[in-house]
Design a protein around this ligand. Sequence first.
Ligand SMILES: CC(C)(COP(=O)(O)OP(=O)(O)OC[C@H]1O[C@@H](n2cnc3c(N)ncnc32)[C@H](O)[C@@H]1OP(=O)(O)O)[C@@H](O)C(=O)NCCC(=O)NCCS
Length: 188
Amino acid sequence: MPTPKFPVLETERLTLRQLKKSDAPALIALLRDEAVSRWLLNNLERTTLKQEQEYIKAMRKQFLKGQGVHWVICDKAGTPMGGIGIGRWPMDRMHNKTSAGFWLGRAYWGKGYMTEAFSAVLDYAFGTLGLNRVSAGHFQGNIASGRVQQKCGLLYEGTCRRAFLKNGAYIDELMYAIVREDWEKGMK
Ligand SMILES: CC(C)(COP(=O)(O)OP(=O)(O)OC[C@H]1O[C@@H](n2cnc3c(N)ncnc32)[C@H](O)[C@@H]1OP(=O)(O)O)[C@@H](O)C(=O)NCCC(=O)NCCS
């Protein structure tokens, strides 16, 4: 079977490309920041180089197996700024849907970068993959993530109470999604 070609996405200010092993040091430097990791599922404050390399390897393998697409978000000079991904396949692919997750290093917040990156990923999911639904969630209190989801056209669908256990506390997850009709309307 031929190796699938990874979808590099270009936006006005960003390039979204496949993660590679050599990205690990730059990504760790951004992830070992409590301001970032507090909003993510895993506690990444003490991520080691080896763990990050293993993660990158796993994400590359997922892509090859058709189980998800994970991009590193770079500026046009090629500097890694964060990550974004869609996946939970093949189960979700049966229903023509996916879920998304994203993060940026703190220095890059508040400049509209994630809205730009996530919009490109949504265009890829609906326009290229032909999916019918993309969902995303965020921890209670993560206002910036909720705003990004709203700005990208996702609608709030409800709250999963005490969905995650993080640092000894249960956290609610606010769920958002966009369906094909919404995305098509936004295209017009
Ligand atoms: C969530 C995150 C990706 C947002 O990225 P970003 O590039 O800063 O997002 P954007 O600049 O595109 O949009 C952020 C929006 O949130 C708003 N915002 C941010 N913090 C806010 C706050 N405390 N109160 C109100 N609005 C806030 C911004 O004003 C902006 O909205 P606007 O354009 O209407 O003014 C980034 O903050 C991040 O990586 N956080 C840590 C990891 C994380 O939370 N990942 C998501 C897990 S679900």
